[in-house]
Write a protein that binds this ligand. Structure first.
Ligand code: NAD
Length: 478
């Protein structure tokens, strides 16, 4: 079995806890993982706090910090195949581009000189790192979701404790080996994992933490905010979604169907931006669903390590059981099964691509709840106003897809969608240059782009009196 250790203060160490990671394709253990409890969590935060004020880190120029990120990007690219195997994710090489983007930004986060409204005064604003960052990562797309935190935080000059999810921590513990090889000073980036109470809660409430960058579910986010009531750390939250995928009758249906299949069934639906609500114009409902069903029938379900596999298992048994139960209850509520929801004859945590017609029960559980799995709920609409009402009829607001050939409609609808990202005639495109974040219960604070790096900074205003005349005694009246 593979073995992974915690990375604290530049050392690979075991923790008070130890657990096994299960291979979701077989339900068998494949790696042993060192887990952090309170002592190791404190140790990691203290190391990051020491590193933050150390000469080895504060003495580096912003350009030198950028070069460290560039080195890490090169190592990720070099080891992309190994990291992809551990994370079961094909596009690891693109993660390197995020590090390169923030490497380039490191020496471009400029302050300002003010045209101040006072004589004999020079006033300027320095942009400084916010301090020690707790980066809390969910179990999906971990190398990507950590890059969008580590990249900007290091560019800004912060130090970090990165907490990997306990259900699948191996990719980030493997990344720690590359962080070490890249030559970051000890304690600048620490990588730990552990359970919510012993590790996560301790980390987010720790008095030495200045900023918490969290990606995960809304319920956990409430715990994070409660934790930050202790240390008054600033927070950014990237939470879930129930993203609408809107198809108008004038759309290129073949293109829209391919995009919809990718939107909900890639990564077996385990994506925050999964297009899980299909809103289709009533006049083309049957034609569009026929296309989807024929594509779904061709999906090859299997072990992710086999090259012909197109659709793998879910991450945990608990998640599989939750999805099965929500779909069963939705069917009892009146949803109609179009395809899927039958057992998959494989030993791991598999659940098949599933489509439910919920057009007569728009309040069905599968329409409302984020499932984080391969379940598409179909609703129908007639006209733009109804499409918008349904699309915005969710407490989330992370992403939306719109398929239409009508340019003016695309603009109108984009303006009114309550959603952090709108994809027009495409879906799921991301780039380090493009901000990413949500409305409503999908969180606040963004990742990607320049603004994300500024979230890891704070400003310091400096006043310099330029007169050589002594300051008047305030108690002598003139
Ligand atoms: P989760 O909320 O269960 O866990 C996320 C992380 O928080 C894990 O590392 C976990 O150990 C930690 N955690 C749990 N309880 C904690 C506590 N009390 N204090 C501190 N840390 C704690 O989420 P998950 O199941 O790992 O991931 C799925 C969720 O993440 C979905 O809702 C999904 O939509 C969301 N997500 C959002 C984005 C985005 O960018 N908006 C991206 C990916 C996933």
């Amino acid at each position: 079995m593979d073995a992974f250790k915690l990375y604290i203060d530049g050392q690979f160490v075991t923790g008070a806890a130890s657990f096994t990671s299960l291979n979701p394709a077989t339900a068998e253990p494949w790696a042993t993982i060192a887990g952090a409890e309170q002592q190791e969590t404190d140790h990691a935060v203290e190391a990051a706090a020491r590193a933050f004020t150390s000469e080895a880190w504060r003495g580096l120029t912003a350009s030198a910090r950028g070069k460290l990120l560039l080195r890490l990007a090169d190592l990720i690219e070099r080891d992309a195949a190994r990291l992809a195997r551990i994370e079961t994710q094909a596009q690891i090489a693109y993660v390197a581009e995020y590090y390169r983007y923030y490497a380039g930004l490191a020496d471009k986060m400029e302050g300002a000189t003010l045209s101040i409204d006072k004589p004999d005064m020079e006033t300027w604003v320095r942009r400084e790192p916010v301090g020690v960052v707790a980066a809390i990562i969910p179990w999906n797309s971990q190398l990507f979701l950590s890059a969008v935190k580590i990249g900007p935080a290091i560019a800004a000059g912060c130090t970090l404790v990165v907490k990997a999810a306990e259900v699948a921590p191996a990719p980030l513990l493997a990344l720690a080996e590359l962080i070490d090889e890249a030559g970051f000073p000890p304690g600048v980036i620490n990588v730990i994992t552990g359970f919510a109470e012993q590790c996560g809660a301790r980390l987010t409430a720790h008095p030495l933490i200045d900023h918490i960058a969290f990606t995960g579910g809304a319920e956990t986010a409430r715990h994070i905010i409660r934790g930050s009531a202790e240390n008054l750390a600033s927070t950014s939250l990237e939470l879930g979604g129930k993203s609408p995928f809107i198809v108008f009758a004038d759309a290129d249906l073949e293109s829209a169907a391919n995009a919809q299949v990718a939107a909900i069934f890639s990564a077996s639906g385990q994506s925050c931006v999964a297009g899980s609500r299909l809103l289709v114009e009533a006049s083309i409902k049957e034609a569009f669903i026929d296309k989807l069903v024929s594509k779904v029938r061709d999906i090859v379900i299997g072990c992710p390590q086999q090259t012909d596999t197109q659709f793998g298992p879910l991450c945990t048994l608990r998640q599989k059981q939750n999805i099965e139960q929500v779909v069963s209850r939705s069917l009892e509520q009146g949803a109609q099964l179009i395809i899927g929801h039958e057992p998959v004859s494989q030993p791991g945590f598999y659940y098949p691509p599933t489509i439910l017609d919920c057009s007569s029960v728009p309040e069905a559980e599968s329409v409302v709840q984020e499932l984080f799995g391969p379940v598409l709920s179909v609703l129908t609409f007639s006209g733009e106003a109804e499409a918008l009402r349904l699309a915005n009829g969710t407490e989330y607001g992370l992403a939306a897809g719109v398929f239409t050939q009508n340019l003016t409609r695309a603009h109108r609808i984009t303006r009114q969608l309550r959603s952090g990202v709108v994809w027009l005639n495409t879906y799921r495109v991301v780039s380090p240059l493009a901000p990413f974040g949500g409305y409503g219960k999908s969180g606040f604070g963004g990742e990607g782009g320049v603004d994300a790096a500024l979230e890891y900074t704070t400003t310091k205003t400096v006043w310099l009196r330029t007169s050589d005349e002594p300051i008047d005694d305030p108690f002598i009246m003139r």
